[in-house]
Ligand binder design. Structure first.
Ligand code: UDX
Length: 456
């Protein structure tokens, strides 16, 4: 590996931090910038600030290669690569708010020095055309400052999953670089060379997956790269909604959606991934990106009926879960329902667009009492939603005690290892709706539990 002179990452959020830790591990000197001084101080003190498996260990291991600052301009001076990894939250209308990206571009341009050669990389998930805007902002500021720097531009979207972010960065399926500038391509190839050729020694606990082919390097134009990111996330959301749609039909005809998905997944054209029926998708990416892509289409007077339907099916899926409980309990008003799992999936503390919290609210609206539990995000949920009339249970056992029904919304391993046959005896009625098809349904049924999965 030939380390770069300096890699500066603007934005020490989820994407920035995971990327920074990995690039430092690969040997590049990395400067992480964030405008939140408290966050920077915590990072300097060795706190990981976000919950991601293996991150605090990797940060500790790479601390000689990594520094943290609030000063963009200082961090940019002398950098060979500057990565923009700030947030692009959804606005009320659904389109991505790119103000932080534009501000970052302004500040970066303010820090570039006379004669500096630098590749500016947009990693944030941004609406189509943002890369072009970033380059024009930077060029304009440089002109005003009368500074001649050689700036090259590239779009470089990330595809990391929460809970798997370090693995997804170290062992990606593909690295997508959107740039028609050969200099940018050469530098980014050098930046990612250890990943592209898998020449690094895996960090402890983040072993290389067996039989994984080398990542593909895909170089394309910036606009297509931006589109790859949105289209991939929208497609995965469509895939999940599709299997959820099939799942509800399976319930009607008496088929088992897990078997259907298994059979479908054996066709390599379809692929086995993301065919798990359940309570529907949530999290910080799919809901936001699905909306943002539709907003982009609308700007061009175009519509995306398939993507739109995926969103609709996802909402219907939540309502269906509540109706399934209502069918068994007859009335929901006054019934006590245990909701197990508030994060949108296991292995994260992220509560954004959480199916568990949405289901809890639907249940409350129908007059049920909700007792909710989560192994990592209980306090965060309580703080975030002080007005929700949810009983926050300190343990799964406490949530189940006296309940009329249990709804499993996140497949935390903690829940799967519980002795459900025993614990359901604490319930008033032993009704279990397994929103993740993760529990041993047949065993529970044999034991007298009214067990329901999704799509079977
Ligand atoms: C996703 C993409 O996978 C990632 O490539 C992108 O960069 C960011 O968005 P993430 O949001 O972390 O990552 O979670 P992911 O594991 O993809 O799950 C998203 C949602 O879909 C979760 O709510 C999950 O429970 C749900 N899901 C996933 C299903 O319901 N069924 C499946 O088969 C797979």
């Amino acid at each position: 590996t030939t380390p770069l002179a300096r890699v500066t990452i603007v934005g020490s959020g989820y994407v920035g931090l995971n990327t920074g830790a990995v690039l430092a591990y690969l040997g590049h000197p990395v400067v992480m910038v964030d405008r939140d001084a408290e966050r920077v101080a915590a990072l300097q003190a060795g706190e990981a600030v976000i919950y991601e498996q293996g991150l605090s260990e990797l940060l500790a291991q790479t601390h000689a290669q990594l520094s943290f600052t609030t000063q963009v301009q200082e961090a940019v001076a002398g950098a060979q690569v500057v990565i923009i990894a700030v947030g692009t939250p959804a606005t009320a209308s659904g389109d991505a708010d790119t103000r932080a990206v534009e501000q970052a571009a302004q500040e970066i341009a303010g820090g570039l020095q006379e004669g500096q050669r630098c590749v500016v990389v947009v990693k944030s998930t941004v609406p189509i055309g943002t890369n072009r805007r970033v380059s024009s902002v930077i060029d304009r500021v440089l002109q005003r400052r009368q500074v001649r720097a050689q700036v090259h531009y590239a779009s470089n979207p990330e595809f990391l999953r929460e809970g798997m972010a370090l693995r997804d960065t170290l062992y990606p399926d593909r690295v997508v670089i959107g740039s028609d500038d050969p200099e940018a391509l050469t530098t980014l190839r050098q930046l990612y060379q250890p990943i592209l050729e898998q020449t690094f020694a895996p960090p402890a606990g983040l072993e290389r997956p067996e039989h994984k082919p080398l990542p593909a390097l895909m170089s394309t134009d910036a606009t297509s790269a931006e589109m790859v990111k949105y289209a991939s996330n929208a497609f995965l959301a469509v895939k999940i909604s599709f299997i959820n749609e099939v799942a509800l039909l399976c319930e009607k005809v008496g088929a088992d959606v897990s078997e259907v998905a298994r059979g479908m997944g054996m066709d390599i054209r379809i692929g086995a991934g993301f065919l798990q029926a359940g309570v529907g998708w949530g999290g910080s990416c799919f809901p936001k990106d699905v909306l943002a892509l539709q907003a982009v289409a609308a700007e061009y007077g175009y519509s995306l009926p398939i993507v739109q339907a995926a969103d609709m099916v996802n909402r219907r899926q939540r309502v269906h879960m509540v109706e399934r409980l209502q069918d068994v309990l007859k009335v929901l008003r006054g019934r006590q329902v245990a909701v197990l799992g508030l994060t949108f999936k296991p292995g994260t503390n992220d509560l954004r667009e959480s199916p568990g919290l949405e289901l809890a609210q639907l249940l409350l609206r129908r007059g049920a009492h909700v007792r909710a539990h989560d192994p990592v995000a209980l306090d965060a949920a309580r703080t975030l939603y002080p007005d929700l009339e949810i009983d926050w249970a300190a343990s799964a056992e406490e949530a189940l005690r006296g309940a009329d029904a249990a709804l499993l919304t996140t497949a935390w391993p903690e829940y799967l290892h519980l002795d459900w046959a025993v614990l359901t005896r604490l319930m008033r009625t032993r009704v279990v709706l397994d929103g993740r098809n993760a529990l041993p349904g047949d065993l529970l049924r044999q034991d007298g539990v009214t067990y329901m999965g999704v799509g079977r």
